[in-house]
Design a protein around this ligand. Sequence first.
Ligand SMILES: Nc1ncnc2c1ncn2[C@@H]1O[C@H](COP(=O)(O)OP(=O)(O)O)[C@@H](O)[C@H]1O
Ligand SMILES: [Mg+2]
Length: 264
Amino acid sequence: MAEGTAQQGTGKVLVSLEHAKKSFGDTPVLKDISLSVREGEVWGIIGPSGGGKSTLLRCCTLLETLDSGSLRFEDITVAEDNGAGHSVYADKDTLAGARQRFGLVFQNFNLFPHYTVLQNIIDAPISVQKVPKDEAVARARELLEKMDLAGKEDYVPCDLSGGQQQRVAIARALAMRPDVLFFDEPTSALDPELTKGVLNVIRQLAEEKMTMVIVTHEMTFARDVADHIVFMDAGVVVEEGPAEQVIDHPQHERTRAFLANYGD
Ligand SMILES: Nc1ncnc2c1ncn2[C@@H]1O[C@H](COP(=O)(O)OP(=O)(O)O)[C@@H](O)[C@H]1O
Ligand SMILES: [Mg+2]
């Protein structure tokens, strides 16, 4: 991708977070974070443990509430700053609508253990989106094929490898046809061999122009796949920009020190 040019500023903004702040007790964890993810973009979020990456994703995906700042999914305002430094959240129906716009893939898969692979994937489309069962099943089979899991639909999660479980989790998220997918360290619970399969699937989604925000420790992957990298430390965005710039030519000492630990 051409550095900092072609893809910037074109597609519509699907996720917009402005001046997000969040504390746990007296500890500020997000200190004024803004991001604006456009259709087709892949964002990589990197940084040391404890820097606030998961909290940022949890705020974006409505698992945590912001203290102040605003959050929008395209035309849906989830939370708006009231001007006095407090986020005011939309009503329940609006939030339910916003939840349809994104999918989330966790580090530890979070599949329903007592459901089969197929049930895991079709449950939400049927119960939340009222997709007819036949259609949900057909869609699930298509996704399983794409995730290289054809034939696994009647397995239960514990009979699959971690890499296969994570690919089921990705299929489950995609089954809702989200505008954007968030990933929180999708491979950090996997050994290198299984990591590869999951990263390949995400790479393929990137090629198909799926909009994604990915928290990852896989620097080579981030550089290859992400258009835009955010380096977060201690609740602030220290540095951000095109992947080649931030990863290959970091401007800030903290970014350099962090990347030096990855040795590639
Ligand atoms: N629910 C919570 N209650 C209290 N502190 C939390 C909670 N979640 C995260 N934290 C703290 O917030 C900071 C950022 O955590 P986190 O967002 O998980 O960072 P990262 O994902 O970058 O490792 C850490 O100091 C963590 O201990
Ligand atoms: Mg985390």
